[in-house]
Write a protein that binds this ligand. Structure first.
Ligand SMILES: C[S@@+](CC[C@H](N)C(=O)[O-])C[C@H]1O[C@@H](n2cnc3c(N)ncnc32)[C@H](O)[C@@H]1O
Length: 293
């Protein structure tokens, strides 16, 4: 493989200055809804896990910090949660805004707030449209957090963003954040094609490239090829690349604990199950409970 295929950290068409939005060329955003389906295609395991923990902990208000096209947010709105959805990509938000418009006759959707915000400035961004607001829960799911690449080589932006998530929570509030099992992906050089989050009805091929610098895996590029030609519409293949920071479970776990001053309760699940039940999970899901005082 040519080196430049690996070294392009963003899709073509994205300016080198400004918001680091991997969706800015619109390619992935356009296919995303087809790829992950609608809220009804979320897997039952995922729904039971997320909604179960939110309800058992009395959560009513949820900040979806990486709402993308709004699929998870809609699942939560349908379940009666008060949802605020933010994302840094206006190309992705466009689809969420359109979905809200299409649901405008459903009163459940009257209070659904959708705004642009960046994890790097999250509390300040939220303050501009919802002053003095903290949430019962913050979710950053679907392998979203790994979109933040390590520009400085010391994960300082990751640490800042994680502490911003903690700041957005009420005392006792829950943060749900996940990452793929990069430990396994680095070892095998492969990415599981099926998702634990959605039932995708199209064939998906994911080509995995791992960039190793001085013995350390620093970037994983996933080239998605989704063949949507079997849905009766005109033949279509969608190809796009997304790049991720390959979080190792142990390092990410410590970084997350530090973001909560080492005082939060921290549970880790593999594919929504206790870790000892899944030998090699595709995803790790961390649930942090902020201390009550
Ligand atoms: C894989 S998509 C997931 C969206 C949604 N949670 C889902 O499962 O469909 C990741 C999202 O994270 C957003 N994102 C990446 N970096 C961000 C940042 N610094 N601040 C806010 N959102 C960001 C992207 O714009 C993108 O919409």
């Amino acid at each position: 493989m040519a080196a430049d295929q690996v070294f392009h950290s963003r899709s073509l068409g994205i300016p080198s200055e400004g918001v680091k939005d991997q969706y800015a060329d619109g390619k992935a955003a356009k296919t995303w809804n087809k790829f992950i389906g609608d809220s009804n295609q979320r897997t039952q395991n995922y729904k039971d896990f997320l909604i179960g923990l939110l309800k058992n902990n009395g959560c009513k208000t949820v900040l979806d910090a990486a709402c993308g096209t709004g699929i998870d947010s809609m699942m939560l709105v349908n379940e009666g949660f008060k949802v605020v959805s933010v994302d840094a990509s206006d190309k992705m938000l466009k689809h969420a805004l359109k979905a809200r418009w299409e649901k405008r006759k459903n009163p459940k959707y009257d209070d659904w707030v959708i705004e642009e915000a960046n994890w790097e400035t999250l509390p300040q961004d939220i303050e501009t449209f919802l002053p003095d607001t903290q949430f019962d829960a913050v979710i950053c799911l679907g392998n979203s957090f790994a979109h933040l690449l390590d520009e400085y080589g010391d994960q300082r932006m990751q640490k800042l963003c994680l502490s911003n998530f903690a700041k957005c929570l009420k005392p006792g509030g829950l943060l749900f954040i996940d990452h793929r099992n990069y430990d396994a992906m680095i070892n095998t050089g492969a990415t599981p094609g099926h998702s634990i989050y959605y039932n995708c009805k199209y064939p998906v091929d994911i080509k995995t490239s791992v960039l190793v610098v001085r013995g350390r895996a620093e970037l994983v590029a996933l080239d998605y090829c989704i063949d949507t030609s079997n849905d009766g519409s005109k033949q279509e293949k969608s190809e796009f690349r997304l790049c991720y920071y390959p979080h190792k479970l142990s390092t990410f776990t410590s970084m997350l604990d530090e973001a909560f001053d080492n005082r939060a309760r921290h549970h880790i699940y593999g594919d929504f199950q206790p870790l000892d039940k899944v030998p090699v999970p595709a995803f790790y899901i961390h649930v942090m409970q902020k201390t009550k005082n």
